[in-house]
Design a protein around this ligand. Structure first.
Ligand SMILES: Nc1nc2c([nH]c(=O)n2[C@H]2C[C@H](O)[C@@H](COP(=O)(O)OP(=O)(O)OP(=O)(O)O)O2)c(=O)[nH]1
Length: 141
């Protein structure tokens, strides 16, 4: 079962970062999404907070312990009735492995974000993540 929040199924995804890099995950299923890259995560379960769901999904899919940070402003429509929300997450322990739903993982630095074929929906989400993780330096007046 999944949580319907104001008529939307909420999918939470993690902008998992470590040592200045963001984790990208290549989906292995379903066929229409396989081969495309995303921020790992999954659907909220009934009664579960977004932060709890994120920690659970990243543990199940990647085998790591993480600490949620803050929500990235914005919400992206995945398909009718499904929205994607993104939180930053810090790697606490473990080395991510593609245990479930993914067949390859890559740590990307700021200049490498365009090097993988993100799912269409994830492109604006990743732009928003990048703006949060790597804010533009303040310009001299
Ligand atoms: N996790 C995740 N899912 C995304 C992203 N972009 C995107 O279109 N999706 C889609 C793929 C799936 O249709 C849906 C999330 O499903 P999922 O398979 O990751 O969720 P889940 O682990 O809860 O799956 P399940 O219980 O249905 O097996 O959202 C993204 O960045 N992260």
């Amino acid at each position: 079962m999944t949580l319907h929040n104001a008529d939307h199924v909420v999918v939470v995804a993690g902008a998992l970062y470590d040592r200045g890099r963001l984790l990208a995950a290549r989906r292995s299923a379903p066929p229409e999404l396989a081969g495309r890259w995303e921020l790992p995560g999954g659907k909220l379960e009934p009664g579960e907070s977004a932060e709890k769901a994120l920690v659970r999904e990243l543990r199940e899919e990647l085998g790591v312990e993480t600490e949620p940070g803050e929500r990235i402003p914005g919400e992206w429509l995945l398909k009718p009735g499904y929205v994607l929300r993104v939180w930053t997450a810090r790697l606490v322990s473990g080395e991510p492995a593609p245990l479930e739903d993914h067949d390859e993982l890559r740590w990307l630095g700021r200049d490498e974000l365009g090097s993988v074929d993100w799912l269409d929906v994830d492109r604006p989400a990743v732009d928003a993540v990048a703006a949060r993780l790597w804010p533009a330096p303040a310009r001299d007046a």
